[in-house]
Design a binder for this molecule. Sequence first.
Ligand code: ZN
Ligand code: ZN
Length: 173
Amino acid sequence: MSANLAPNPEESLAEYVKRLRTSAAMTQEQLSAAAGLHRQSLTKIEAGKTTRLSKKAKAGLAAAFLIPTEYLDAVAGDAGAIAAPALLKLCPQCWIPGTAADPMWTDLRSRYCFACGSALVRECRNCHQPITSHQHRFCPYCGLAYKNASATPTNVRPASPPGSGIEVGSKVG
Ligand SMILES: [Zn+2]
Ligand SMILES: [Zn+2]
């Protein structure tokens, strides 16, 4: 079946789960069994009383509907429940697209690459959307490669070591 399995833009978690269940012609009982959920949990989800899914519920529903868990994330994360902002950072020089970032880059305090001293980047240089996955070679929003293709003005290195009190971020309070 090629029904629309992705959540619609305005769809809530309740509406989404209900729609998929109905289009799969499953009863709540069947779905809760397939997803490994308590019937009551499913009822709450469909009634809109549960807006955030546990890891287990998410995995169960995704498996039952044959959808990626990202679909459920998309509908289960609204209204202040947005996951903590991802702090993905990477070195635009050393990072190899498609590989996981070195944990040192994503360390909360690190601002510079431990290997080459480049300023780490956490957002697209062009559209400033945050980097959401180290599997992404290009910014999904504007298509720019995250990795520096050539020398760019962002290559300016501070003369003093990081952590010396120099404010490099341009955070607006
Ligand atoms: Zn580096
Ligand atoms: Zn971009």
